[in-house]
Design a protein around this ligand. Structure first.
Ligand code: C2O
Length: 539
Protein backbone atom coordinates (compact mmCIF):
# COMPACT_ATOMS: atom_id res chain seq x y z
CA UNK A 1 0.00 0.00 0.00
CA UNK A 2 1.19 3.52 -0.80
CA UNK A 3 1.25 6.70 1.23
CA UNK A 4 0.11 9.80 -0.65
CA UNK A 5 1.18 13.26 0.53
CA UNK A 6 -0.77 16.35 -0.48
CA UNK A 7 -0.70 20.02 0.42
CA UNK A 8 -4.06 21.78 0.45
CA UNK A 9 -3.65 25.55 0.58
CA UNK A 10 -6.99 27.16 1.38
CA UNK A 11 -6.95 30.61 -0.20
CA UNK A 12 -8.95 33.37 -1.85
CA UNK A 13 -9.03 33.01 -5.65
CA UNK A 14 -10.70 35.16 -8.32
CA UNK A 15 -12.88 33.24 -10.78
CA UNK A 16 -15.23 34.42 -13.52
CA UNK A 17 -18.77 33.02 -13.40
CA UNK A 18 -22.12 34.34 -14.70
CA UNK A 19 -20.59 37.43 -16.35
CA UNK A 20 -18.54 38.70 -13.40
CA UNK A 21 -15.33 38.09 -11.48
CA UNK A 22 -15.89 36.80 -7.94
CA UNK A 23 -13.36 36.06 -5.24
CA UNK A 24 -14.06 32.62 -3.82
CA UNK A 25 -12.31 30.33 -1.36
CA UNK A 26 -10.51 27.46 -3.10
CA UNK A 27 -7.95 24.76 -2.42
CA UNK A 28 -4.69 25.42 -4.32
CA UNK A 29 -6.49 27.98 -6.49
CA UNK A 30 -8.57 25.24 -8.15
CA UNK A 31 -12.35 25.15 -8.48
CA UNK A 32 -13.50 22.44 -8.09
CA UNK A 33 -10.56 21.48 -5.89
CA UNK A 34 -7.90 18.87 -6.66
CA UNK A 35 -8.97 15.29 -7.37
CA UNK A 36 -7.35 12.80 -5.00
CA UNK A 37 -6.65 9.35 -6.46
CA UNK A 38 -5.70 6.39 -4.27
CA UNK A 39 -6.08 2.64 -4.09
CA UNK A 40 -8.02 0.72 -1.50
CA UNK A 41 -5.54 0.17 1.35
CA UNK A 42 -3.51 3.35 0.74
CA UNK A 43 -2.86 6.03 3.32
CA UNK A 44 -3.43 9.75 2.81
CA UNK A 45 -1.44 12.46 4.54
CA UNK A 46 -2.91 15.84 3.68
CA UNK A 47 -1.49 19.01 5.15
CA UNK A 48 -4.15 21.72 5.09
CA UNK A 49 -2.73 25.24 5.28
CA UNK A 50 -5.22 28.02 5.89
CA UNK A 51 -4.33 31.21 4.00
CA UNK A 52 -7.94 32.43 3.89
CA UNK A 53 -9.69 34.84 6.24
CA UNK A 54 -12.15 32.21 7.48
CA UNK A 55 -11.79 29.28 9.85
CA UNK A 56 -11.74 26.00 7.93
CA UNK A 57 -11.76 22.22 8.37
CA UNK A 58 -11.85 19.50 5.70
CA UNK A 59 -14.08 16.41 5.87
CA UNK A 60 -13.38 13.27 3.83
CA UNK A 61 -16.97 12.46 3.05
CA UNK A 62 -17.68 8.72 3.26
CA UNK A 63 -14.21 7.63 4.39
CA UNK A 64 -14.79 5.17 7.24
CA UNK A 65 -11.92 6.63 9.33
CA UNK A 66 -11.53 3.39 11.30
CA UNK A 67 -10.03 4.47 14.65
CA UNK A 68 -8.93 7.78 13.08
CA UNK A 69 -11.77 9.98 14.29
CA UNK A 70 -9.31 12.88 14.72
CA UNK A 71 -9.07 13.07 10.91
CA UNK A 72 -12.82 13.23 10.22
CA UNK A 73 -13.03 17.01 10.13
CA UNK A 74 -16.44 18.48 11.11
CA UNK A 75 -15.69 21.64 13.08
CA UNK A 76 -16.34 21.47 16.82
CA UNK A 77 -17.28 17.79 16.50
CA UNK A 78 -13.87 16.12 16.01
CA UNK A 79 -11.61 19.19 16.00
CA UNK A 80 -11.53 22.92 16.44
CA UNK A 81 -11.25 24.80 13.16
CA UNK A 82 -7.94 25.64 11.51
CA UNK A 83 -7.68 29.38 12.02
CA UNK A 84 -6.32 31.76 9.37
CA UNK A 85 -2.56 31.23 9.28
CA UNK A 86 -2.85 27.78 10.88
CA UNK A 87 -2.48 24.29 9.51
CA UNK A 88 -3.40 20.69 10.34
CA UNK A 89 -2.37 17.38 8.78
CA UNK A 90 -5.11 14.81 8.22
CA UNK A 91 -3.82 11.19 8.24
CA UNK A 92 -6.03 8.23 7.46
CA UNK A 93 -6.11 4.94 5.60
CA UNK A 94 -8.70 3.73 3.12
CA UNK A 95 -9.86 0.35 4.43
CA UNK A 96 -12.07 -1.84 2.27
CA UNK A 97 -13.67 0.93 0.24
CA UNK A 98 -13.60 1.26 -3.57
CA UNK A 99 -15.32 3.74 -5.85
CA UNK A 100 -16.09 7.43 -5.53
CA UNK A 101 -16.08 9.60 -2.45
CA UNK A 102 -15.28 13.27 -2.10
CA UNK A 103 -13.90 15.85 0.28
CA UNK A 104 -15.33 19.19 1.34
CA UNK A 105 -14.95 21.97 3.87
CA UNK A 106 -16.99 21.32 7.04
CA UNK A 107 -17.15 24.83 8.46
CA UNK A 108 -19.96 27.35 7.96
CA UNK A 109 -20.90 27.35 4.23
CA UNK A 110 -17.36 27.11 2.89
CA UNK A 111 -18.09 23.83 1.18
CA UNK A 112 -20.01 25.79 -1.48
CA UNK A 113 -16.64 26.25 -3.22
CA UNK A 114 -14.23 24.07 -1.22
CA UNK A 115 -14.75 20.53 -2.53
CA UNK A 116 -13.25 17.89 -4.81
CA UNK A 117 -13.37 14.22 -5.80
CA UNK A 118 -11.71 11.36 -3.90
CA UNK A 119 -11.32 8.36 -6.19
CA UNK A 120 -10.48 4.95 -4.76
CA UNK A 121 -9.22 2.32 -7.21
CA UNK A 122 -9.08 -1.40 -6.40
CA UNK A 123 -5.97 -2.77 -4.64
CA UNK A 124 -3.00 -3.65 -6.85
CA UNK A 125 -3.70 -6.98 -8.53
CA UNK A 126 -7.47 -6.69 -8.16
CA UNK A 127 -9.88 -5.05 -10.58
CA UNK A 128 -13.37 -3.65 -10.97
CA UNK A 129 -16.25 -6.14 -10.86
CA UNK A 130 -17.12 -4.97 -14.40
CA UNK A 131 -15.17 -4.79 -17.69
CA UNK A 132 -12.37 -2.23 -17.58
CA UNK A 133 -13.73 1.10 -18.89
CA UNK A 134 -11.87 2.86 -21.71
CA UNK A 135 -11.84 6.23 -19.92
CA UNK A 136 -12.89 7.59 -16.56
CA UNK A 137 -13.86 11.05 -15.35
CA UNK A 138 -15.42 12.62 -12.26
CA UNK A 139 -18.56 14.72 -12.85
CA UNK A 140 -19.16 16.94 -9.82
CA UNK A 141 -22.51 18.68 -9.49
CA UNK A 142 -22.49 21.89 -7.48
CA UNK A 143 -24.26 25.11 -6.71
CA UNK A 144 -23.04 28.66 -7.30
CA UNK A 145 -23.86 31.92 -5.52
CA UNK A 146 -22.90 35.30 -6.95
CA UNK A 147 -22.83 36.56 -3.36
CA UNK A 148 -20.26 35.24 -0.88
CA UNK A 149 -21.85 32.03 0.52
CA UNK A 150 -20.60 32.88 4.03
CA UNK A 151 -22.46 36.20 3.85
CA UNK A 152 -25.56 34.38 2.58
CA UNK A 153 -25.67 32.04 5.57
CA UNK A 154 -24.67 34.69 8.11
CA UNK A 155 -27.44 36.98 6.94
CA UNK A 156 -29.97 34.13 7.15
CA UNK A 157 -28.93 33.10 10.66
CA UNK A 158 -28.99 36.66 11.94
CA UNK A 159 -32.62 37.15 10.87
CA UNK A 160 -33.83 33.55 11.18
CA UNK A 161 -34.99 33.67 7.56
CA UNK A 162 -34.34 31.09 4.86
CA UNK A 163 -31.08 31.79 3.00
CA UNK A 164 -31.19 33.00 -0.59
CA UNK A 165 -31.28 30.41 -3.34
CA UNK A 166 -28.12 29.93 -5.36
CA UNK A 167 -27.75 31.60 -8.75
CA UNK A 168 -26.77 28.51 -10.73
CA UNK A 169 -26.18 24.80 -10.60
CA UNK A 170 -22.84 23.65 -11.94
CA UNK A 171 -21.05 20.67 -13.49
CA UNK A 172 -17.34 20.57 -12.61
CA UNK A 173 -17.66 24.16 -11.45
CA UNK A 174 -19.31 25.53 -14.63
CA UNK A 175 -22.99 26.48 -15.04
CA UNK A 176 -23.00 25.57 -18.75
CA UNK A 177 -24.65 26.73 -21.96
CA UNK A 178 -28.08 27.60 -20.61
CA UNK A 179 -26.77 30.32 -18.27
CA UNK A 180 -25.69 33.84 -19.18
CA UNK A 181 -22.05 34.39 -20.22
CA UNK A 182 -21.26 30.71 -19.59
CA UNK A 183 -21.27 28.91 -22.93
CA UNK A 184 -17.57 29.54 -23.65
CA UNK A 185 -16.70 27.65 -20.48
CA UNK A 186 -19.15 24.75 -20.70
CA UNK A 187 -17.40 21.54 -19.67
CA UNK A 188 -16.67 19.23 -22.63
CA UNK A 189 -16.27 15.51 -22.03
CA UNK A 190 -14.51 13.94 -25.03
CA UNK A 191 -15.48 10.41 -26.11
CA UNK A 192 -14.87 8.06 -29.03
CA UNK A 193 -17.48 5.90 -30.78
CA UNK A 194 -17.92 2.43 -29.35
CA UNK A 195 -16.07 2.87 -26.05
CA UNK A 196 -17.58 2.26 -22.62
CA UNK A 197 -16.57 4.82 -20.01
CA UNK A 198 -16.87 5.13 -16.24
CA UNK A 199 -18.22 8.43 -14.89
CA UNK A 200 -18.18 9.22 -11.21
CA UNK A 201 -21.10 11.51 -10.38
CA UNK A 202 -20.87 13.46 -7.11
CA UNK A 203 -23.61 15.70 -5.75
CA UNK A 204 -21.68 18.50 -4.04
CA UNK A 205 -24.62 20.93 -4.18
CA UNK A 206 -25.43 22.71 -0.92
CA UNK A 207 -29.19 22.49 -0.72
CA UNK A 208 -30.61 20.47 -3.58
CA UNK A 209 -31.13 16.94 -4.66
CA UNK A 210 -30.44 16.67 -8.35
CA UNK A 211 -31.75 14.63 -11.24
CA UNK A 212 -29.02 13.71 -13.72
CA UNK A 213 -29.23 12.44 -17.28
CA UNK A 214 -27.25 12.17 -20.54
CA UNK A 215 -29.10 12.70 -23.81
CA UNK A 216 -29.43 9.50 -25.87
CA UNK A 217 -27.24 7.44 -23.50
CA UNK A 218 -28.70 5.12 -20.88
CA UNK A 219 -26.52 4.76 -17.78
CA UNK A 220 -25.58 1.55 -15.97
CA UNK A 221 -25.19 2.14 -12.24
CA UNK A 222 -22.31 0.09 -10.80
CA UNK A 223 -21.57 1.75 -7.45
CA UNK A 224 -23.00 4.29 -5.00
CA UNK A 225 -21.13 5.96 -2.11
CA UNK A 226 -18.02 3.80 -2.78
CA UNK A 227 -19.85 0.48 -2.52
CA UNK A 228 -20.51 -1.63 -5.59
CA UNK A 229 -24.12 -2.26 -6.59
CA UNK A 230 -25.99 -4.81 -8.64
CA UNK A 231 -25.69 -3.16 -12.08
CA UNK A 232 -28.89 -1.70 -13.48
CA UNK A 233 -29.58 0.56 -16.41
CA UNK A 234 -31.56 3.78 -16.12
CA UNK A 235 -32.19 6.97 -18.14
CA UNK A 236 -32.01 9.20 -15.04
CA UNK A 237 -30.18 9.31 -11.70
CA UNK A 238 -31.19 11.07 -8.51
CA UNK A 239 -28.49 12.15 -6.09
CA UNK A 240 -28.99 13.79 -2.73
CA UNK A 241 -26.26 16.20 -1.60
CA UNK A 242 -23.37 14.04 -0.37
CA UNK A 243 -24.23 11.02 -2.49
CA UNK A 244 -22.12 9.62 -5.32
CA UNK A 245 -23.09 7.30 -8.19
CA UNK A 246 -20.68 5.54 -10.57
CA UNK A 247 -22.06 4.82 -14.03
CA UNK A 248 -20.92 3.01 -17.18
CA UNK A 249 -21.94 4.64 -20.45
CA UNK A 250 -21.43 3.13 -23.90
CA UNK A 251 -20.90 5.54 -26.79
CA UNK A 252 -23.25 3.84 -29.21
CA UNK A 253 -24.99 6.87 -30.70
CA UNK A 254 -24.26 8.67 -33.97
CA UNK A 255 -21.08 10.74 -33.59
CA UNK A 256 -22.34 14.06 -32.24
CA UNK A 257 -22.71 16.25 -29.20
CA UNK A 258 -25.04 15.31 -26.35
CA UNK A 259 -25.95 17.30 -23.28
CA UNK A 260 -25.18 15.98 -19.83
CA UNK A 261 -27.69 17.76 -17.61
CA UNK A 262 -28.72 18.10 -13.97
CA UNK A 263 -31.89 19.65 -12.60
CA UNK A 264 -32.79 20.27 -8.95
CA UNK A 265 -35.57 18.22 -7.38
CA UNK A 266 -37.81 20.19 -5.01
CA UNK A 267 -39.74 18.02 -2.58
CA UNK A 268 -41.43 20.77 -0.56
CA UNK A 269 -44.83 21.75 -1.89
CA UNK A 270 -45.28 25.34 -3.01
CA UNK A 271 -41.70 26.38 -2.34
CA UNK A 272 -40.32 28.99 -4.73
CA UNK A 273 -37.92 27.16 -6.92
CA UNK A 274 -35.22 27.77 -9.49
CA UNK A 275 -35.63 25.07 -12.09
CA UNK A 276 -32.67 26.03 -14.25
CA UNK A 277 -30.71 23.21 -15.79
CA UNK A 278 -26.91 22.93 -15.65
CA UNK A 279 -25.21 21.29 -18.61
CA UNK A 280 -21.96 19.85 -19.88
CA UNK A 281 -21.38 18.28 -23.30
CA UNK A 282 -20.49 14.72 -24.22
CA UNK A 283 -18.59 15.27 -27.46
CA UNK A 284 -17.79 12.46 -29.88
CA UNK A 285 -14.53 12.56 -31.79
CA UNK A 286 -15.17 13.93 -35.29
CA UNK A 287 -18.47 15.53 -34.26
CA UNK A 288 -18.61 19.04 -35.70
CA UNK A 289 -18.43 21.46 -32.78
CA UNK A 290 -21.12 23.57 -34.41
CA UNK A 291 -23.71 20.82 -34.01
CA UNK A 292 -26.33 21.89 -31.48
CA UNK A 293 -26.49 19.22 -28.74
CA UNK A 294 -29.77 17.63 -27.70
CA UNK A 295 -31.06 17.95 -24.14
CA UNK A 296 -31.98 14.78 -22.26
CA UNK A 297 -35.49 14.27 -20.97
CA UNK A 298 -35.42 15.06 -17.24
CA UNK A 299 -38.25 14.49 -14.75
CA UNK A 300 -40.29 17.50 -13.65
CA UNK A 301 -38.62 19.36 -10.76
CA UNK A 302 -41.29 18.12 -8.33
CA UNK A 303 -41.43 14.50 -9.52
CA UNK A 304 -41.26 12.74 -6.14
CA UNK A 305 -42.08 9.39 -7.72
CA UNK A 306 -38.99 9.53 -9.96
CA UNK A 307 -36.84 10.79 -7.09
CA UNK A 308 -37.72 8.02 -4.66
CA UNK A 309 -38.02 5.18 -7.18
CA UNK A 310 -34.40 5.60 -8.23
CA UNK A 311 -32.96 5.15 -4.72
CA UNK A 312 -35.33 2.29 -3.97
CA UNK A 313 -33.97 0.34 -6.96
CA UNK A 314 -30.37 0.15 -5.68
CA UNK A 315 -29.17 -3.25 -4.41
CA UNK A 316 -25.95 -4.74 -3.09
CA UNK A 317 -24.32 -7.02 -5.70
CA UNK A 318 -24.78 -10.22 -3.69
CA UNK A 319 -26.44 -11.44 -0.50
CA UNK A 320 -25.10 -9.42 2.45
CA UNK A 321 -24.27 -10.52 5.99
CA UNK A 322 -26.56 -8.11 7.78
CA UNK A 323 -25.47 -7.26 11.34
CA UNK A 324 -27.94 -9.03 13.61
CA UNK A 325 -29.60 -9.10 16.13
CA UNK A 326 -30.41 -5.45 16.75
CA UNK A 327 -29.14 -4.07 20.10
CA UNK A 328 -30.30 -0.48 19.65
CA UNK A 329 -33.72 -0.03 18.04
CA UNK A 330 -33.91 3.74 17.52
CA UNK A 331 -36.53 6.05 16.07
CA UNK A 332 -35.49 9.57 15.00
CA UNK A 333 -37.80 12.16 13.50
CA UNK A 334 -36.13 14.46 10.98
CA UNK A 335 -37.71 17.74 10.01
CA UNK A 336 -38.08 21.47 10.04
CA UNK A 337 -39.33 23.58 12.95
CA UNK A 338 -39.60 27.15 14.17
CA UNK A 339 -38.30 29.02 17.18
CA UNK A 340 -39.72 32.18 18.69
CA UNK A 341 -37.96 35.37 17.82
CA UNK A 342 -35.68 36.64 20.58
CA UNK A 343 -37.32 39.49 22.54
CA UNK A 344 -36.77 42.88 20.96
CA UNK A 345 -35.66 41.47 17.60
CA UNK A 346 -37.50 41.11 14.33
CA UNK A 347 -37.17 37.73 12.71
CA UNK A 348 -37.44 36.81 9.06
CA UNK A 349 -38.75 33.25 9.38
CA UNK A 350 -42.34 32.09 8.90
CA UNK A 351 -44.83 34.43 10.72
CA UNK A 352 -42.04 36.34 12.42
CA UNK A 353 -40.29 33.28 13.86
CA UNK A 354 -36.81 31.83 13.22
CA UNK A 355 -36.37 28.65 11.22
CA UNK A 356 -34.90 25.72 13.13
CA UNK A 357 -34.67 22.02 12.31
CA UNK A 358 -34.37 18.99 14.52
CA UNK A 359 -34.03 15.28 15.10
CA UNK A 360 -36.36 14.00 17.85
CA UNK A 361 -37.23 17.62 18.51
CA UNK A 362 -33.60 18.38 19.43
CA UNK A 363 -32.09 21.18 17.39
CA UNK A 364 -28.33 20.71 17.40
CA UNK A 365 -26.04 23.55 18.38
CA UNK A 366 -22.30 23.18 17.76
CA UNK A 367 -20.05 23.84 20.73
CA UNK A 368 -17.80 26.87 20.30
CA UNK A 369 -14.93 26.35 22.73
CA UNK A 370 -13.87 22.73 22.30
CA UNK A 371 -14.77 19.85 20.00
CA UNK A 372 -17.04 17.14 21.35
CA UNK A 373 -14.41 14.46 20.64
CA UNK A 374 -11.74 16.35 22.61
CA UNK A 375 -14.16 17.02 25.46
CA UNK A 376 -15.17 13.36 25.57
CA UNK A 377 -11.66 11.92 25.29
CA UNK A 378 -10.25 14.19 27.97
CA UNK A 379 -13.32 14.37 30.20
CA UNK A 380 -13.93 18.11 29.95
CA UNK A 381 -17.48 18.80 31.22
CA UNK A 382 -19.96 21.34 29.91
CA UNK A 383 -19.34 20.86 26.18
CA UNK A 384 -22.08 18.30 25.43
CA UNK A 385 -24.52 16.00 27.18
CA UNK A 386 -25.09 12.33 26.34
CA UNK A 387 -28.86 12.41 26.76
CA UNK A 388 -30.07 12.46 23.15
CA UNK A 389 -33.47 10.69 23.19
CA UNK A 390 -33.87 7.26 21.56
CA UNK A 391 -37.36 8.25 20.33
CA UNK A 392 -39.28 11.53 19.89
CA UNK A 393 -40.70 13.07 23.10
CA UNK A 394 -44.26 12.42 21.96
CA UNK A 395 -45.75 10.30 19.23
CA UNK A 396 -47.93 12.14 16.77
CA UNK A 397 -49.14 11.90 13.20
CA UNK A 398 -45.66 12.79 11.86
CA UNK A 399 -46.73 13.31 8.27
CA UNK A 400 -50.23 14.63 8.92
CA UNK A 401 -51.42 18.14 8.15
CA UNK A 402 -52.13 19.65 11.57
CA UNK A 403 -49.11 19.20 13.74
CA UNK A 404 -49.72 20.88 17.14
CA UNK A 405 -47.97 24.15 17.76
CA UNK A 406 -45.86 22.87 20.70
CA UNK A 407 -44.20 20.41 18.33
CA UNK A 408 -43.08 23.21 16.05
CA UNK A 409 -40.62 24.39 18.65
CA UNK A 410 -37.59 22.19 19.03
CA UNK A 411 -35.27 22.37 22.04
CA UNK A 412 -31.77 23.64 21.32
CA UNK A 413 -28.81 21.76 22.74
CA UNK A 414 -25.64 19.78 22.10
CA UNK A 415 -26.71 16.24 22.77
CA UNK A 416 -25.20 12.94 21.75
CA UNK A 417 -26.23 9.32 22.09
CA UNK A 418 -23.72 6.85 23.55
CA UNK A 419 -23.44 3.48 21.85
CA UNK A 420 -21.60 0.43 23.14
CA UNK A 421 -18.73 -0.71 20.96
CA UNK A 422 -19.91 -3.41 18.55
CA UNK A 423 -23.61 -2.89 19.16
CA UNK A 424 -25.94 -3.37 16.20
CA UNK A 425 -27.87 -0.16 15.61
CA UNK A 426 -31.08 0.22 13.64
CA UNK A 427 -32.58 3.66 13.12
CA UNK A 428 -35.98 4.47 11.68
CA UNK A 429 -35.62 7.95 10.18
CA UNK A 430 -39.09 9.46 10.09
CA UNK A 431 -39.66 12.62 8.07
CA UNK A 432 -42.13 15.08 9.57
CA UNK A 433 -44.57 17.51 8.04
CA UNK A 434 -43.83 20.18 10.65
CA UNK A 435 -43.78 23.54 8.78
CA UNK A 436 -43.20 21.65 5.50
CA UNK A 437 -42.49 18.07 4.54
CA UNK A 438 -39.19 17.79 2.70
CA UNK A 439 -36.81 15.15 1.47
CA UNK A 440 -33.83 14.95 3.88
CA UNK A 441 -30.53 13.43 2.73
CA UNK A 442 -29.21 12.08 6.04
CA UNK A 443 -25.45 11.48 6.23
CA UNK A 444 -23.63 9.53 8.95
CA UNK A 445 -19.93 10.17 9.51
CA UNK A 446 -17.57 7.26 10.19
CA UNK A 447 -19.90 4.54 8.90
CA UNK A 448 -21.61 2.98 5.95
CA UNK A 449 -25.09 1.67 6.70
CA UNK A 450 -27.48 -0.73 5.03
CA UNK A 451 -30.78 0.79 3.90
CA UNK A 452 -33.38 -1.83 4.72
CA UNK A 453 -36.49 -0.06 3.45
CA UNK A 454 -38.10 3.27 2.69
CA UNK A 455 -41.70 4.39 2.29
CA UNK A 456 -44.22 7.20 2.52
CA UNK A 457 -46.36 8.22 5.49
CA UNK A 458 -45.74 7.17 9.09
CA UNK A 459 -43.54 4.14 9.73
CA UNK A 460 -45.70 1.35 11.10
CA UNK A 461 -43.66 -1.47 12.67
CA UNK A 462 -46.63 -3.85 12.43
CA UNK A 463 -46.66 -3.78 8.65
CA UNK A 464 -43.44 -2.10 7.50
CA UNK A 465 -40.97 -4.51 9.11
CA UNK A 466 -42.19 -7.09 6.61
CA UNK A 467 -40.88 -4.84 3.82
CA UNK A 468 -37.27 -4.89 5.06
CA UNK A 469 -34.79 -6.12 2.48
CA UNK A 470 -32.73 -8.58 4.53
CA UNK A 471 -31.08 -10.06 1.42
CA UNK A 472 -29.29 -7.43 -0.67
CA UNK A 473 -29.89 -3.95 0.81
CA UNK A 474 -27.55 -1.23 -0.50
CA UNK A 475 -24.64 0.04 1.61
CA UNK A 476 -24.36 3.82 1.66
CA UNK A 477 -23.25 6.78 3.77
CA UNK A 478 -26.10 9.15 2.83
CA UNK A 479 -29.80 8.26 2.65
CA UNK A 480 -32.45 10.51 1.14
CA UNK A 481 -35.42 10.06 3.48
CA UNK A 482 -38.47 10.54 1.21
CA UNK A 483 -40.66 13.62 1.70
CA UNK A 484 -43.34 12.82 4.30
CA UNK A 485 -41.90 9.34 4.51
CA UNK A 486 -39.39 7.17 6.32
CA UNK A 487 -36.30 5.03 5.85
CA UNK A 488 -34.63 2.39 8.00
CA UNK A 489 -30.86 2.00 8.29
CA UNK A 490 -28.71 -0.56 10.11
CA UNK A 491 -25.01 -0.74 10.97
CA UNK A 492 -22.64 -2.15 13.55
CA UNK A 493 -21.06 0.46 15.84
CA UNK A 494 -17.50 -0.82 15.38
CA UNK A 495 -15.70 2.52 14.96
CA UNK A 496 -15.01 4.39 18.20
CA UNK A 497 -15.33 8.16 18.18
CA UNK A 498 -17.82 10.98 17.95
CA UNK A 499 -19.73 10.86 14.68
CA UNK A 500 -21.97 13.54 13.31
CA UNK A 501 -25.25 12.45 11.74
CA UNK A 502 -26.98 15.24 9.86
CA UNK A 503 -29.04 16.40 6.94
CA UNK A 504 -26.66 17.14 4.05
CA UNK A 505 -28.79 20.09 2.93
CA UNK A 506 -26.60 22.77 4.46
CA UNK A 507 -29.56 25.02 5.15
CA UNK A 508 -31.02 22.28 7.36
CA UNK A 509 -27.66 21.57 9.02
CA UNK A 510 -27.36 25.30 9.78
CA UNK A 511 -30.81 25.13 11.40
CA UNK A 512 -29.74 22.21 13.61
CA UNK A 513 -30.83 19.05 11.78
CA UNK A 514 -28.00 17.04 13.34
CA UNK A 515 -26.92 14.96 16.34
CA UNK A 516 -23.83 12.99 17.33
CA UNK A 517 -23.38 9.29 17.96
CA UNK A 518 -20.72 8.68 20.60
CA UNK A 519 -19.29 5.23 20.05
CA UNK A 520 -17.24 3.85 22.93
CA UNK A 521 -14.24 1.67 22.24
CA UNK A 522 -13.91 -1.98 23.28
CA UNK A 523 -12.93 -0.97 26.81
CA UNK A 524 -15.49 1.62 27.83
CA UNK A 525 -15.11 5.27 27.03
CA UNK A 526 -12.34 6.23 24.60
CA UNK A 527 -9.41 4.73 26.56
CA UNK A 528 -7.91 2.98 23.55
CA UNK A 529 -8.51 5.65 20.91
CA UNK A 530 -5.17 7.27 20.05
CA UNK A 531 -4.65 10.66 21.70
CA UNK A 532 -5.10 13.64 19.36
CA UNK A 533 -2.27 14.40 16.93
CA UNK A 534 0.13 17.05 18.28
CA UNK A 535 -0.90 19.54 15.59
CA UNK A 536 -4.66 19.31 16.24
CA UNK A 537 -5.69 22.98 16.03
CA UNK A 538 -6.04 24.71 19.39
CA UNK A 539 -9.46 26.10 20.19
CU1 C2O B 1 -20.41 15.53 3.55
CU2 C2O B 1 -20.93 16.15 7.56
O1 C2O B 1 -20.69 15.89 5.58
Amino acid sequence: ADIHYHDFVVQATPVKRLCNIHTIITVNGQFPGPTIEVRNGDTLVINVVNRAIYNVTIHWHGVRQMRTAWADGPEFVTQCPIKPGGNYTYRFTIEGQEGTLWWHAHSSWLRATVYGALIIYPKPGSSYPFPKPKREAPIILGEWWNANPIDVVNEATSTGAAPNNSDAYTINGQPGDLYNCSSQDTVIIPVSPGETNLYRIINAAMNNELFFSIAGHPMTVVATDASYTKPFTTPVLMLGPGQTTDILVTMNQPAGRYYIAALAYASAQGVAFDNTTTTAILEYKFAGCSVQPMLPLLPAFNDTFAATAFAAGIRSPTKVKLPDPVDEDLFFTVGIGLLDCQPGKTCGGLNGTRFAASMNNESFVLPSKLSILQAYKSGVPGVFTADFPRAPPVQFDYTGANVPRELWQPVQGTRGLKLKYGSVVQIVLQGTNIVAGENHPIHLHGYDFYILAQGFGNFDPATDKAKFNMVDPPLRNTMAVPVNGWAVIRFKADNPGVWLMHCHMDVHLTWGLAMVLIVEDGVGDLETLEPPPADLPPC
